[in-house]
Ligand binder design. Structure first.
Ligand SMILES: *Cc1c(COP(=O)(O)O)cnc(C)c1O
Length: 364
């Protein structure tokens, strides 16, 4: 049997998403116990203590299905951001949302637009449904919004924008986003992926959910995996018009978000004090990393997220492997067509120091 002949159109050309190397794997391989993982843009501090304090109460009810409508979490999000609970769609991570959008709006005769060097999940979901992906060249490692508008075809259904973008860290401010949205035809869905919103809005003026009133074709997604420190729970959401949310909910698997994740998100979103501490720490430590990397001669891309991509001026695989052998996990960016770059996530102060120290060591 030739699987190639029976697999769905589009799937043959895909490769599985490559996650950052798990810390346990490296520790086993090297026989060490203190590996440092700065590879997946997680919050290095951990989940909010509010989550940890009370999650045991939920554990004893895990023989029951979760609330399939996520009523409580949608209410909490609605109250927090002044949107209607019916505008909220809950995902098993915000990656789930990205897939709902592709499955709801893209068919095999359609196309979707994303930027070069943009988040790897966009081409993945587009190709998985057999649609055409239009990759628009980046400008200075940032989305070229005008070129993206120019590449709209008659069969274009979705435009993906990651703001800030991962892995480049590029960020487009409020005024420019609004100007772009004004020019997008109303029958094209725009996904504004704000997985790093908490970081960007801490440093700059970003767009909030209030703009949704003016753009019925806009979906804004956010994640609990990054600043909220809940990556392992897998929980994210989008806010859109109620009509779009209604469609996204049709393709959503029942019980896609588990009880522990729903509870953790409800708690984490209320812990503003913890969030502010984490955002402050990220800002300070990002400066430490910039300074250290630049003093070692690396050119760094400006980042509004919790990570920095830097240019190694040659294929970065060698440096990546030397860091690995020193117990430090960062990320290569070959799949993003940035083979000379490495991406490092902002860690705890001691982790960042170890990273810079080992980096210097591998260079001397
Ligand atoms: C990490 C990330 C996401 C989604 O992460 P989830 O864990 O699925 O919520 C989405 N978009 C970008 C740009 C990311 O970097």
């Amino acid at each position: 049997m030739d699987l190639k002949k029976i697999v769905n159109k589009g799937i043959n050309d895909l490769s599985p998403y490559e996650p950052g190397k798990p810390i346990e794997d490296l520790e086993r391989e090297l026989g060490i116990k203190n590996a440092v993982k700065l590879a997946s843009n997680e919050n290095p501090v951990g989940p909010s203590p509010r989550v940890l304090q009370s999650i045991e109460n939920i554990l004893k009810n895990t023989h029951r299905y979760p609330d399939g409508n996520a009523t409580k979490l949608k209410e909490v999000i609605g109250r927090k951001f002044s949107v209607k609970p019916n505008q909220v769609t809950i995902g098993n991570g915000s990656n789930d949302i990205i897939e709902f959008i592709a499955r709801s709006f893209l068919g095999t005769d359609d196309s979707a637009i994303y930027s070069e060097h943009a988040f790897a999940v966009y081409p993945l979901v587009v190709k998985a449904v057999g649609a055409e992906g239009i990759e628009v060249p980046a400008k200075n490692f940032s989305h070229d919004l005008d070129a993206m508008l120019d590449s709209i075809k008659s069969n274009t259904k979705i435009i993906f924008i990651a703001n800030p973008n991962n892995p480049t860290g590029s960020f487009i401010g409020r005024a420019e986003i609004l100007k772009f949205l004004d020019k997008v035809p109303e029958d094209i869905i725009v996904l504004l992926d704000q997985a790093y919103f908490d970081y960007s809005s801490f440093e700059d003026s970003d767009v909030d959910f209030d703009i949704l009133n003016n753009y019925p074709n806009l979906v804004m997604s956010r994640s609990f995996s990054k600043a909220y420190g809940l990556a392992g729970f897998r929980i994210g959401y989008s806010v859109s018009s109620e009509d779009i949310a209604n469609y996204l909910n049709r393709v959503r698997q029942p019980f896609n978000a588990n009880s522990l994740a729903l509870f953790a998100a409800e708690q984490a979103i209320e812990d503003e004090e913890f969030m502010n501490k984490c955002l402050q720490l990220n800002l300070e430590q990002k400066k430490v990393l910039y300074k250290g990397l630049e003093s070692l001669g690396f050119h760094c891309l400006p980042s509004k997220g919790n990570f920095i991509s830097f240019d190694c001026k040659e294929d970065s695989t060698g440096l990546f492997n030397r860091l690995l052998s020193q117990g430090v996990i960062v990320r290569t960016l070959g799949v993003y067509k940035m083979p000379n770059f490495l991406r490092v996530s902002v860690g705890l102060p001691e982790e960042n120091l170890i990273f810079l120290e080992k980096l210097q060591l591998t260079m001397s």
